[in-house]
Design a protein around this ligand. Structure first.
Ligand SMILES: Nc1ncnc2c1ncn2[C@@H]1O[C@H](COP(=O)(O)OP(=O)(O)OP(=O)(O)O)[C@@H](O)[C@H]1O
Length: 572
């Protein structure tokens, strides 16, 4: 609840209106049966003037109740919407401060669920709370007192009815709470299956997996139906049970009043208001039950968001603007373990790369190439050892300095929906057309961009689905080189390019970014054969470094990779 306090405080005025208006609704609801009772008494006494006066008063009470109800709904909705919107913005802002490792720890899809489903849940409950929370106790205690005042001798009937209703509620709502919890999990499961299926639709189609996918989806969907059916069954029993208890109480009351009506003729007029109060007590108990299960679900969501909001970013950067720093890279006895892993992925790695050099990194799958590259832009900190940029420990550089100095192009290039220009400006916000054209020329992207009718304003769809794998990679390289970074890392970034295009990109990089330190992670040795220095990784260790010629002559791991690749090429 601590999470919501500051947000509710921000909308104090709306909260006040919502609470006052719901109190007015409750008072109008409680007062109406009293006035009705007085009207009945006046009818029995044939007092037409009083009947007319009280009739008008009854109508006025109805109008006041409806008016207050409308005001309450408006303010409750405003509170719920504003709190949810502000909370969502703050969670999003806080997540932006996370280090890469923090996002991985939560998992991106989990964070999305927290920012959408959980906040929606809180919004719905807030709306209900401000519509019900003061109404329930006011109606319950008010109706209880008024029923006792109306016909004092029947206090025990009210007690028995309340015991029956609270007992049934206790049993049913506890069961229902558990079932609601299961539905929430099943909704997440169904969403995940549907999302995975649609995101991986190409794999599903190419492996003819439709039937299997339908079965998996149907299983989760059927489980959800079963749980919802159980909830429906409970409701089916619950409501008639409540009405039975209430109607039995009314029946017994009428019978007892009827037997004594000659001794208490005033009870004849009281019976309708007494019945109304019994119903109000019943509805207050039912609503309290619903609110409890509803609130329990919201508490889970609040807890999940609190975990995100109280999570401190695991990495801190020195504050300050971007400063110029050299392009040399040095690893000094660096070891690194992924959070949650028990074995290090990189072990005692040391090497230096002078500014402007071209470095290749090779090694078997899973040898740690990408992990090593991720330490250069400080996506992770090493467990031991230091990584320096231009001779300065990364931990002493501001985030702006590192981001302006190092550009990282990934194999699975991520482009954002918008336009090509908007994606390129992520790397350099001030980039004008000539800069974009120059960068696209280096990345061999100019030829296909020029063919698009809108050129650099061409749309990029969600997940850049309107571009081929090779085109995406070229666009990602364009974005990587546009700001002419001092350090450029290409992590298998040309894997979807044909050999000719890859060669052209490399030649253009050598020509136009001659002073840039380029780190190329490559599966194929042919991609880095001309590098000034090649690092060879095996099982997270640096097992050799040198030029291609040196490594072919004396490094067994490199020789093995080279031999295997040559044999493959010969076989093709
Ligand atoms: N985010 C992560 N969390 C935990 N372990 C990871 C993570 N990323 C990679 N690993 C593990 O670290 C090891 C090295 O992975 P890495 O991606 O650095 O290898 P790589 O040499 O780049 O492989 P590839 O050539 O297949 O891209 C692998 O065993 C991998 O399972």
């Amino acid at each position: 609840m601590k999470l919501l306090k500051p947000y509710l405080a921000r909308f104090k005025g709306d909260v006040w209106w919502a609470i006052v208006s719901v109190a007015v609704v409750a008072f109008a609801t409680l007062w109406q049966p009293r006035v009705l009772q007085q009207i009945m008494t006046a009818i029995i006494a044939n007092d037409k003037a009083t009947v007319f006066r009280l009739g008008l008063w009854l109508v006025a009470l109805g109008v006041i109740g409806i008016g207050a109800g409308v005001i309450n709904t408006v303010y409750s909705a405003r509170i719920a919407l504003n709190v949810a919107t502000n909370l969502r913005a703050d969670v999003y802002r806080h997540v932006q401060t996370f280090a890469y490792a923090d996002v991985e720890q939560f998992s991106p899809s989990n964070l999305v669920v927290r920012m959408t489903n959980d906040i929606n849940q809180i919004q719905q409950v807030l709306m209900a709370v401000f519509q019900q929370v003061t109404r329930i106790p006011l109606l319950f205690f008010g109706a209880l007192v008024l029923a006792l005042v109306t016909i004092p001798s029947l206090w025990w009937i009210i007690l028995v009815m309340m015991a029956a209703i609270i007992g049934v509620s206790w049993f049913a709502f506890q069961k229902m709470g558990k079932l609601f919890g299961r539905t929430q999990k099943l909704v997440e499961r169904v969403n995940t299956i549907a999302r995975e299926n649609l995101m991986g639709i190409r794999v599903v189609k190419s492996f003819v997996q439709e039937d299997n996918q339908i079965k998996t989806f149907a299983k989760a969907s059927d489980a959800m139906r079963d749980v919802n059916t159980k909830i429906g069954d409970l409701f089916a029993i619950l409501m008639p049970a409540f009405f039975l208890a209430c109607n039995l109480a009314i029946g017994v009351s009428v019978f007892l009043i009827g037997r004594n009506i000659t001794a208490h003729p005033a009870y004849l007029a009281a019976i309708s208001s007494y019945t109304s109060y019994l119903f109000q007590i019943m509805f207050a108990v039912i609503n309290a039950g619903f609110m409890t299960t509803f609130a329990a679900r919201a508490m889970i969501s609040i807890g999940r968001l609190e975990t995100v909001m109280t999570h401190a970013p695991s990495m801190h950067f020195v504050a300050g603007p971007s400063q110029p720093v050299g392009g040399s890279i040095a690893f000094d006895h660096v070891s690194f373990t992924y959070p949650g892993d028990d074995q290090p992925t990189l072990r005692d790695i040391s090497f230096t790369v002078p500014a402007g050099a071209q470095v290749g990194i090779v090694g078997a799958t899973g040898s740690g190439k990408t992990t090593l590259a991720q330490l250069i832009p400080r996506l992770f900190d090493p467990d031991t050892g230091t990584v320096t940029l231009g001779g300065v420990d990364l931990r002493e550089l501001s985030q702006a300095t590192i981001r302006d100095t190092v550009s990282f192009v990934l194999q699975r290039s991520t482009l954002f929906s918008g336009t090509i220009a908007a994606n390129l400006r992520q790397a350099q916000p001030s980039a004008a057309l000539p800069q974009m054209e120059r960068a696209a020329g280096i990345a061999q992207a100019a030829e296909f961009i020029e063919r698009l009718p809108e050129r650099y304003d061409a749309p990029v769809e969600e997940r850049s689905a309107n571009f081929s794998g090779g085109q995406k990679q070229r666009l990602a390289i364009t974005r990587g080189v546009i700001a002419e970074p001092k350090v450029l890392i290409l992590d298998d970034a040309t894997s979807a390019l044909d050999a000719r295009s890859e060669k052209l990109v490399q030649e253009a990089l050598g020509k136009h970014l001659a002073h840039t330190t380029t780190v190329i992670i490559a599966e194929k040795i042919s991609s880095i054969i001309h590098a000034d220095e090649i690092l060879v990784l095996a099982d997270g260790r640096l097992v050799g470094h040198g030029t291609h010629r040196e490594l072919v002559a004396n490094n067994p791991t490199y020789q093995e990779i080279y031999r295997t690749q040559k044999a493959k090429e010969a076989a093709q």
